[in-house]
Design a binder for this molecule. Structure first.
Ligand code: AKG
Length: 275
């Protein structure tokens, strides 16, 4: 397991992640690694994997395409998740003694896409509970916030609130049955929130808590925006399937036991461990 990040993050970076819920790490990954992922995005658009959302047929201009759970079948994603040190970066930010991969999420936003990725929290979508859950979102194309890089409500991971999941593509139902309060109208009251956004270069990482409220605007640029978000489970995580969560991994797919740490090496493999 690659230990590229342990000791490489400064105390200030680790404090920023704890306080803000998000950390921008410029130049975290080699550009040739992210170039491979951009090529994979071309292939996925042509031949989508099994777990896709796609707004291509929406009346709104543009396209938000996402594809998940590629690590088992796509060597590029497997290599990225287990050979680049990305898991160690997640563990270092969270102060976890090990991390397991939950899933990978390829996110493509074509130029001219009007629809934003709506403001949301990740945790209500996922069949887990715990504070030590994060994503490492890696830019495979340069993007300013106007070109659909991510924005965050700084510190919202500490609000102790749990917002109902909504579909990313604006369709009525990710689920009709869910847990959580409605997301407030962040966009309509931006001045009321401490919003921070990050312009990114290829290879930059944005590490963020599954509890932080985040989103991204449409893509007003002229280039495709491509990112790969890997999701990591830290020390205090327990398996917690619940109404409205990700239907792609259920009790039937894992040996994880509700309320217990998900020690399922097959479904949630260890990406980094201190031992
Ligand atoms: O890439 C995007 O537009 C959204 C990404 C996101 O919400 C996530 O990775 O959790």
């Amino acid at each position: 397991m690659i230990d590229r990040w342990h000791g490489a993050l400064s105390d200030e970076q680790i404090r920023t992640f704890a306080d803000d819920g998000v950390l921008h790490v410029p130049g975290a990954f080699d550009v040739d690694v992210v170039a491979e992922i951009a090529v994979l995005a071309d292939r996925q658009l042509a031949e989508p994997g099994p777990w896709v959302t796609d707004t291509a047929n929406d009346p709104e201009p543009g396209r938000l395409f996402t594809s998940r759970y590629l690590w088992r079948d796509e060597p590029v994603v497997h290599r990225f998740a287990f050979r680049t040190g990305v898991a160690g970066l997640a563990a270092a930010c969270m102060g976890s003694s090990s991390v397991r991969l939950y899933f990978d999420h390829l996110l493509v936003k074509e130029p001219g896409t009007a629809s934003p990725t709506p403001w949301h929290q990740d945790i209500p979508y996922w069949p887990f509970l715990g504070r030590s859950i994060c994503s490492v979102w890696v830019a495979c194309s340069a993007a300013t916030v106007e070109e659909s890089s991510l924005e965050f409500v700084r510190g919202s991971h500490r609000w102790d609130r749990y917002f109902a999941p909504e579909s990313f593509d604006g369709s009525a139902g990710w689920t009709d049955d869910f847990i959580g309060e409605p997301m407030p109208d962040i966009e309509g009251a931006r001045d009321d929130y401490d919003i921070v956004g990050f312009d990114v270069e290829r290879g930059d990482a944005i590490v963020f808590s599954a509890w932080i409220v985040h989103g991204s605007p449409g893509n007003a640029g002229t280039e495709r925006r491509v990112a790969l978000s890997t999701r990591w489970l830290g020390d205090d995580v327990v398996w917690h399937p619940h109404p409205g969560c990700d239907p792609t991994v259920t009790d039937d797919d894992t040996t994880a036991v509700p309320g217990e740490y998900p020690a399922d090496d097959h479904r949630f493999p260890v990406g980094w461990s201190a031992t």
